[in-house]
Design a protein around this ligand. Structure first.
Ligand SMILES: N[C@@H](CCC[C@H](N)C(=O)O)C(=O)O
Length: 314
């Protein structure tokens, strides 16, 4: 692929010439992936935005740099407790902003590491990855990858608006603002439950929904419709659309699916299942809640990871 000379392109893009990249996705949430093991390339926010531009660049929801943990201060901090976290997922949103975590991205990231020969990972084996939201253990299976995402937490533990809600969200297409719950999966999410699929389709996500109060570092917003019946054969089922911080509407969001399942399960109360199917415009991911070893329960996200192209920045 060639990026032609263009006065509007950021100056540091030229320094990336010759850098190989791959393009991949997880349920339609798509990424540019580059391997920079020794941290030789500084990739500015403007360069990320230019590469992720769908008309003038390669086009993607985000860019993922594979870098050895020892090359970044946040990675070195993790290595002390997790010396096996050799690789760090340096995740950037399409607008160039940094995010702590990406659930679809981390599966595609591990698939990319294996594809590049940077790690060996057979079916049934696991790999520990460093992220800005701590270490994540990713296991390969016959049909994709499962990620131990760690615990989920409330962003506003006091639930300021009402017992089970803490925020109000307004989006075009919704007649009135809706109550919501903000949940951290390492990155921030605000989950809004809607009554039926027609309402979900009518919600317009060209612009960022307004969230009040807004979590300190902004938020990803998930609009969710619980299935009716909610539980079939022991598994819960929900349909979701998402507006991602730093991107816009995407086909899927792995951390968002985890936050959505956590919120609906919390609202459903005692007896709600631990196993969830989350349908997004780009496919279906599975979310499970598993007992923690000595602490809070962990969330496990499973889904596919696909590489579709390789190229060189020119
Ligand atoms: N699509 C991702 C989340 C990417 C980061 C997000 N936009 C943020 O800023 O937190 C996922 O699959 O989790």
């Amino acid at each position: 692929m060639t990026i032609s000379t263009d006065a509007n392109l950021p100056a540091d893009l030229a320094a990336l010439a010759g850098l190989p990249f791959a393009k991949g996705h997880g349920t339609g949430n798509d990424f540019i992936l580059v391997a920079d093991p020794d941290g030789a390339y500084g990739i500015s926010p403007a360069a990320v935005a230019a590469l992720c531009d769908r008309h003038r660049g390669i086009g993607a929801d985000g860019l993922i740099r594979a870098i050895r943990s020892e090359q970044l201060p946040e990675g070195r901090a993790l290595l002390a407790a997790a010396p096996d976290a050799e690789w760090f997922m340096d995740y950037r949103n399409a607008d160039g902003s940094v995010s702590e975590m990406c659930g679809n991205g981390v599966r595609v990231f591990v698939h990319f590491l294996a594809d590049q020969g940077l790690v060996e990972l057979a079916e049934g084996q696991s790999l520990t990855i460093g992220t800005r939201a701590g270490i994540k253990v990713v296991s390969r299976s016959a049909n994709g990858y499962a990620v131990d995402m760690g615990p989920w937490t409330f962003i506003f533990p006091d639930h300021a608006v009402a017992k089970s809600m803490d925020s109000v969200v307004h989006a075009d297409g919704l007649e009135v603002p809706r109550p919501a719950l903000s949940i951290s999966m390492g990155n921030p999410h605000t989950v809004v439950a809607l009554a039926e699929l027609g309402e979900l389709a009518a919600t317009k996500l060209y612009e960022a929904p307004q969230v009040e109060p807004l979590p300190e570092h902004g938020t990803n917003v998930e609009f969710v419709v619980p299935a009716d019946p909610l539980v079939v054969d022991g598994a819960g089922s929900i349909t979701m659309r998402v507006h991602e911080r730093g991107v816009g509407e995407t086909q899927s969001c792995g951390t968002g699916a985890c936050a959505a399942a956590a919120a609906i399960r919390y609202w459903a109360g005692k007896g709600a299942p631990d196993d969830w199917q989350v349908a997004v415009p780009g496919g279906v991911v599975r979310v499970r809640f598993l007992p923690g070893q000595d602490g809070p329960e962990h969330v496990e996200l499973s889904g596919p990871a696909v590489l579709v192209a390789r190229g060189t920045l020119a």
